[in-house]
Structures are given as C-alpha cells and as structure tokens.
Design a protein around this ligand. Structure first.
Ligand code: ADP
Ligand code: MG
Length: 566
C-alpha cells in the first residue's frame, strides 16, 4: 500500500495507530521514505524519518564524493541547504508537535553527522524529525498526507535533484583546503596556521557567527609563513610554531580569542565563518583547571610529588581534585590519549600549577612544595616528548625564559616580540626562581578500566544513557560533567559520546584493553562503519566526536576503576 493511502486510512484513529507505519518503506519517487521511530503521542519528542536518495539521482561529479572528507563536506552542504528550506516551509496545524519537519541544526563546524550522509556511490541518506499530525489525540490523516506526501518531497525537490553545483563545489573545496593545510602543519614545523584576513572573534559566547566590524587578522613578516592549499592556492598566514609559544599582551587585546580559535582549528569550518583558513594540529587539546572533578589512577608524578599524609601520586585517585591536581591530571590524561599540542589560557589555569615565583620559592622550601609547576616541565615536554604548548600569559613573565616564540596581541594585531622577550628575560634574570631542570619524565603504567566500573543501569533500566546539550552525560546513576571541555562543540557529539560509553561498557572494556587501545578501537569502528555504527538507534542527531573528548568523558566518570597492574 502506498503512503498516501496508508495515511488516509489512519485518519481519525487514535494516535498509537501511527505505529503501523514503523519500519515500512514507501516509494515517493525518487525518494524512499521510512518511519524509523513513531512518537508515543503528539506532545512527545517527534518521530524519526529516514529518506534515501538513489545514487543516480544527482550524478554528483566524482570529485565531490571521492574522499571521505569530500563526502563529509557534501553532506554538510546538503544538510544546511535542507535546513534552510525546511525552516521556510510553513508548519501545519494540530496539537503538540503536529507538522514539525526538521533536520538537526548545525554549528559552523563541518562534522561527520548522522542527519545527512553521502555515500561513496553517491547515494544520500537523510534523517528528519517529524511531528505526525493530530487533533487532540486523533490522527489527522489528511494533514499527514499534506506533510509527508506533499510538503516533504517539495522541500527535498528544492535541494536535491539539481543541486547548486557551484556552491556545493565551493563548500567541498573549502573543507578540502582545511584538511590539506592541516596535513602540512607537521612537516612545516607548525602547530597552527591562521591565514591573513581571518576573522577570529565571535559575536558572543552564545552566538558563533563572526563579530561584525572585527579587526581582520594581520600577519607581520616575522610571523608569516606561506602554505599551499589545493584549491585556494598559496596562502600567507601566521605561523604558530612547534615548541613553546606564548601569547602575551594587555587585557582585552584579543589573547584568549586567538587561543580559542587555535583550539577550534582542529575542526573544519564552513565558508564565510572567518575561521575557514585557520587550522591546528588535530591532536591539540585545551587543558584547564577543573577543581572538584574526579581523577582515577592517574600518574601525577611529573607535576605532583610527595603529598601530605602520604597520598600516592603515581596512581592518584580523588573524588574532589584541586585546581592544580585537576590541571595536572588533564595534562597527563591528554598525553595518554595522544595529544601533541597543549593549549592553556591563564584565565582558566591554576596559578600555582603554572608558576612559582622567586619569593614563594624562597618562603616555602622545595621539600614542602609538592608541585612541580608547568613552567619547569614545559621545555622537557617539547624536547623529550615532542609535545608543544601554546600558552596565554598576561601576567607570568617567568615564562619568557622558556619560550621559543612570543606573540604579542596589541589591539587585536599580533606582533612578534620574541627578540624583545629574550632581551627582557636576560636583563631581569630570575635567579633562584629560574625553572628547575626537572627529573626524568616518569614512565606511566597503562590504565585499564575495569568492566564492572562502567555501569549504565539505573533503577529498572539496564541501560540508561542521556546527554544534556554539551554540558553533561547521564550514564546510569551518574552525571558526567563535560561543561568545561572547550573542544566539545556540538550536542550531537555529546550524544555520540554517550553511545560510545555504552559501547565501551557493553563490549570493549574487558579489563585488558588500556584507555588508548579502547580509543583506537572506537575510532577504527567509526572509520570503517561510519557514524551510524555509533548508535543502533538510527536517529539523525549524532556527530562524530574526537577521541580526546571521549577520553575526557571516560576520565570524568566517577565510578571508573582501574584493573590493578600486574
Ligand atoms: P584578552 O584575553 O586579551 O583579555 P579577549 O580575547 O578576551 O582578550 O578579547 C577581548 C574582547 O575583544 C572580546 O570581546 C573579543 O570578542 C574582542 N575581540 C577579540 N578579537 C577581536 C578582533 N580581531 N576585532 C575586534 N574585537 C575583537
Ligand atoms: Mg583572556
């Protein structure tokens, strides 16, 4: 039976009769439609539709679907185009969510998403939310026909059979350029590249559009580097080099803005965003103090020595970390997950973790101070472990001694003050407060989560996992606080992290695999089987997270326990 007839037959029946549609495929030439989930009543979360477009519908040029990056960019383009059309299309009447027809909203980043996927063959899969129409709790069959048989294909027709190929190509090229530029960073000795003219600031903390009338990024010669983008050609931009980079300058001169743009340069951005030619080492992690968090079996010895009352720091465990121990743990965890660049802003760092000045070193003898401040380790991280640091320091001049490159932000314009900084460091020596040559970096043991410590059950539910925007994940009886993870940018990523924690608890955490091995297994699965493999519920509201944010969620799970090392 076709969709039209099926819907008309449901007219005036009680709402649950919509369940007849579930799992059935209907031809809406050239689209195939399937209702994957039927809402319980008109007021519940909307139903879920899957729409498949055949490979030959658009005959997309091969270059736009050849690589996984091109497919991700093409999908992102279509998702945005369809979202714009759906927003415009008038919603019908009815109770509750009747007539809602939506695709998940996106931020300015181009992520691998389940809402719209383009496959190697050129086939396209779309997932929408739909409010199946009712008056009260009676099905409105005619309104359902209008919604699904008329309005939906009309909206799809505006985007698909004949897409704006030029705009699509621009979108794909923009993303491919970012991928290519990012791939050049390592060889060029860079942590980040920011093309001249980029627009760094956003309108506000809750509005990610570019700030109007912002000062575009200028690049002084001594900071400049030229990279080749496959489509945009040669690009001049600002180099943030590997090693230790300081961002200095007066308050309100754009230091934190620069660092945050560098942090988000691990993602690709859409054309027009202002940051679409800013790329950063994909393994860069923002670390900060986060007092109150739990820490499980982390080897803090690089930063924390003997603690009062003989607490172990080689397997540090706490339910309530301090500012400095939380930041130390964040760094050790980041290295464990594979970070090659650490990003730290003094605004969110623990001062006693970052430095200890001459007077404090004189007052509190080293034997009584358990903390080896970051300043003592930052060079060693680079020279022995090839981990770079980019640090915003407005106040801590001691860092001038350990920097390779110093960038001053002056009224939003970067200047290279490396030479001046070295001269200042020489003329005002630190004497007794100079960074101490640190002990060797201790070799950490592998952390292997214990299977029983990931328990997704709550009450009568054997598995209950939900996410709260990008702020938190409810995992069984626990709530994992993710609100301070700067590079967790999308609630769809957060949902996927919830799914992946569940997957870890079901099958991957076996007491044998270490955390990096677990992260590798998850990444391999998504690489091979796509974003849909993250969640068995094929809802269109998932996006791929980075391994680092997944690791961060696992590390913040208070119930986490480790298997004792042999
Ligand atoms: P700092 O960390 O140096 O104190 P911020 O990076 O927080 O400064 O920036 C201060 C303010 O200046 C912010 O409101 C930010 O949006 C704005 N801002 C940053 N960069 C620019 C720019 N290039 N043009 C205009 N305004 C900017
Ligand atoms: Mg700041």
């Amino acid at each position: 039976m076709d969709l039209h007839t099926s819907l008309e037959r449901l007219d005036q029946r009680p709402y649950p009769a919509y369940k007849d549609l579930r799992g059935r495929e209907f031809e809406l030439d050239p689209y195939t439609l399937c209702v994957e989930h039927v809402q319980g009543d008109p007021f519940a979360a909307p139903s879920r539709l899957r729409i498949d477009l055949p490979a030959d519908l658009m005959s997309l040029p091969a270059a736009l679907i050849a690589s996984s990056d091109a497919r991700r960019a093409s999908a992102d383009f279509f998702q945005r185009a369809l979202a714009a059309v759906l927003v415009d299309s008038p919603r019908g009447t009815g109770s509750g969510k009747s007539g809602v027809l939506e695709i998940l909203a996106t931020g300015p980043e181009v992520l691998d998403r389940s809402a719209l996927q383009v496959f190697k063959t050129g086939a396209v899969r779309i997932r929408l939310s739909v409010g199946l129409p009712a008056a009260g709790r009676r099905i409105l069959g005619r309104a359902a026909v209008e919604l699904l048989v008329e309005r939906l294909p009309r909206a799809l027709d505006r985007v698909f059979p004949k897409p704006d190929l030029e705009a699509l190509e621009r979108h794909v090229h923009c993303v491919e350029d970012q991928v290519a530029l990012r791939a050049q960073l390592d060889h060029a000795g860079l942590v980040a590249f920011l093309a001249e003219g980029s627009m760094l600031p956003r309108r506000s903390g809750v509005d990610s559009r570019p700030l109007v009338n912002a000062v575009p990024l200028s690049v002084p010669d001594s900071l400049s580097v030229t990279l080749d983008a496959p489509h945009a050609g040669r690009l001049r931009g600002m180099a943030i080099r590997k090693g230790v980079t300081l961002i200095v300058g007066g308050g309100y001169h754009g230091k934190s803005t620069l660092l945050s743009v560098v942090a988000l340069g691990v993602y690709d951005h859409v054309p027009g965003d202002g940051r679409e030619r800013v790329v950063t080492d994909a393994n860069a992690i923002t670390v900060r103090a986060e007092d109150g968090r739990a820490v499980r079996g982390v080897d803090l010895r690089p930063f924390i020595g003997e603690l009062p009352l003989g607490r172990r720091t080689d397997l540090f465990d706490t339910d309530d970390a301090s500012g400095s121990t939380s930041q130390a743990a964040a760094i050790v965890e980041a290295l464990e997950a594979g970070a090659t660049t650490l990003l730290i802003d003094e605004d969110t760092a623990a001062t006693n973790f970052m430095i200890r000045d001459a007077r404090m070193r004189a007052l509190v003898p080293p034997e009584q101070e358990p903390i080896t401040p970051y300043i003592d380790r930052v060079r060693q991280l680079w020279t022995e472990r090839e981990v770079s640091s980019v640090l915003v320091v407005g106040g801590a001049g001691d860092y001038l001694d350990v920097a390779d490159q110093v960038i001053q932000m002056d009224a939003y314009r970067p200047c290279d003050v490396s030479a001046e900084a070295a001269a200042v460091a020489k003329s005002l020596p630190l004497g007794g407060a100079a960074p101490r040559p640190p002990d060797p970096w201790p070799a950490a043991c592998a952390r292997r989560p214990a299977p029983s410590s990931l328990d997704p059950s709550k009450g009568k539910h054997s598995e209950r996992v939900r996410s709260v925007k990008t702020r938190a994940i409810e995992f069984g009886r626990e709530e994992i606080d993710l609100s301070l993870l700067f590079q967790l940018i999308d609630s769809a990523q957060c949902r996927s992290i919830g799914d992946l924690l569940l997957l870890l608890s079901r099958e991957l955490v076996d007491g044998e695999r270490s955390i990096p091995e677990l992260l590798d297994a998850v990444e391999k699965m998504i690489d091979e089987n796509g974003i849909d493999s993250v969640s068995e519920r094929g809802y269109g509201d998932r996006a791929r997270p980075r391994r680092f944010e997944l690791a961060a969620a696992l590390n913040r799970l208070r119930s986490l326990r480790l298997v004792a090392s042999p």
